[in-house]
Design a protein around this ligand. Sequence first.
Ligand code: SF4
Length: 123
Amino acid sequence: MKKVVILMCTCSGACPSMEEIDFWELAERIRLELPHDYLVMHPRLCEENGEAMMADLLKPDAVYITPACGEKKQMKLLLGGFARAGVPMDEEHWIPIMMGMKNTDEVFAEIKAAVERVEESEK
Ligand code: SF4
């Protein structure tokens, strides 16, 4: 059974497109309501210390749900971290979620749907 890890990038907590998201409420709802192994929040996954954390943390036996910027942007900006960890950015290991222009409820619903998709695929 694959680990399910939610790896959230808060974009420093000051991105105008994420101003409708209460990250603390979101984190606690994920913790309480969604089946997953653990949640990690980082302020800037695309910077050096974000990539360094990913290099240490990411493992091939997990799927990483990444609420962050737009999916295509994540494909470019998170590439370094996944590459340093040796984990491919394919459907088996990575589910990107765009948080921009969404509120807490909307992001939570997308993360929930992603977790459910992983659970379904593991049956
Ligand atoms: S990965 Fe995306 S969401 Fe995270 S800091 Fe970089 S631009 Fe912002």
